[in-house]
Ligand binder design. Structure first.
Ligand code: UFG
Length: 344
């Protein structure tokens, strides 16, 4: 089968990046990954090969080093599109080390755009977040909702990178871009070969749940049950990571096929459903048959009460829809946790 194009995936050994690489390879795109391995492992490349039969090209490289990046583009003249995942993503850490986050997340995007222009690479898909909406005034939140005051330096880097890309495009540079605003990506590939591998204590709910269920953590702390929601715990829109990965393939196809309406676009990627933390816990227990040890504690600073997506624009324009159920997705996270702990 002929390749549909060669895609550079930055951060392609990471959680969402690796799942996206698999879906790109399944759809006959060629892939080159650059990653500095700051939060991932090269072993993921073999897992991708086991799933798809193809080991993607890989270059260990820090996007903040512009000379290295220029050299990479000079050597890889067949790249026509970029999916840009590489970034630091721990919300809490970003409040303690803002400059680390601003330097890494902004300099990498600026370098990438400059190199794309120099080497005539026209398409970029950017990994953004629903954090740009803060606590939205209306739910479900659609793409017409205003971008709010950032909730953290991390969130601010997502907003700012979106703007950097938008303004670079609007200034007339020969680039087309799509920002994808993820809600809460969870779960793992059905093969259980790739998934989320947090370093240290997990910050996010589902890795904390699976690590508690397998016995690495004593108990899950539920951060607050005094919110204005049906059971008092916050509501999020949890989207399966494979569904999310497929949206990236749709976005790349839209740019390559010139189906985009304007040179810069942005889409919400969620399921359209909101679930409370307690609903997620109980869905996990049903899906896996494991009883979870948890206790209610105080609120976590910076958490919004509820956010879930209106996905109709992405559904219509990208021809994409999240398909997997919450239980199915939580089961996949559990299967990955077990498979990973067996081997590590
Ligand atoms: N939660 C717990 N206990 C935990 C971890 C999380 O109760 O140990 C709760 C949180 O309080 C929140 C929900 O589970 O109510 C989801 O928390 P996550 O940390 O999994 O996800 P967030 O919604 O806080 O953050 C996610 C992404 C961020 C992104 C943000 C945008 O991780 O990158 O969505 O809203 F910025």
């Amino acid at each position: 089968m002929n390749s549909k194009g060669k895609i550079l995936v930055t951060g392609g050994t990471g959680y969402i990046g690796s799942h996206t690489v698999v879906e790109l390879l399944n759809e006959n795109y060629e892939v080159a990954i650059v990653d500095n391995l700051s939060n991932s492992d090269e072993g993921v490349l073999d897992k991708i090969r086991e799933i798809t039969g193809v080991k993607p090209e890989f270059c260990q490289l820090d996007l903040c080093d512009k000379d290295d990046l220029q050299e990479f583009f000079a050597k890889n003249r067949d790249i026509d599109s970029v999916i840009h995942f590489a970034a630091y993503k721990a919300v809490g850490e970003s409040t303690k080390k803002p400059l680390k986050y601003y330097r890494n997340n902004l300099v990498s995007t600026i370098n990438l755009l400059e190199c794309m222009i120099d080497h005539k690479v026209t398409n970029i898909v950017f990994s953004s977040s629903c954090t740009v909406y803060g606590q939205p005034d209306q739910l479900p939140v659609d793409e017409t909702a205003p971008v709010k005051e950032p909730l953290s330096p991390y969130g601010n880097t997502k907003q700012t990178n979106e703007r950097v890309i938008q303004y670079t495009i609007e200034a007339g540079n020969p680039i087309k871009g799509i920002s994808l605003r993820y809600f809460n990506p969870i779960g793992a590939h059905p093969s259980a070969k790739i998934g989320e591998i947090p370093r240290g204590v997990p910050n996010n709910l589902v890795p904390y749940i699976t690590q508690t269920a397998i016995g690495i953590r004593d108990e899950l702390k539920v951060f607050g049950n005094d919110y204005n929601t049906p059971d008092g715990t916050p509501i999020r829109d949890y989207i399966n990571v494979v569904d999310l990965a497929k949206a990236h393939v749709a976005a790349i196809a839209r740019l390559i096929d010139n189906k985009n309406k304007t040179a810069y676009e942005y889409f919400n990627l969620g399921t359209g459903r909101g679930n409370t933390v307690l609903e997620v816990i109980h869905a996990f227990e049903r899906a896996t048959g494991k009883k979870l040890n948890y206790k209610i504690v105080g609120r976590r600073p910076g958490d919004v009460e509820q956010v879930y997506a209106d996905t109709s624009y992405a559904n219509k324009e990208l021809g994409w829809k999240a398909e997997k159920t919450l239980e199915e997705t939580l089961r996949s996270a559990w299967e990955f946790e077990k498979a990973y702990r067996d081997k590590n």
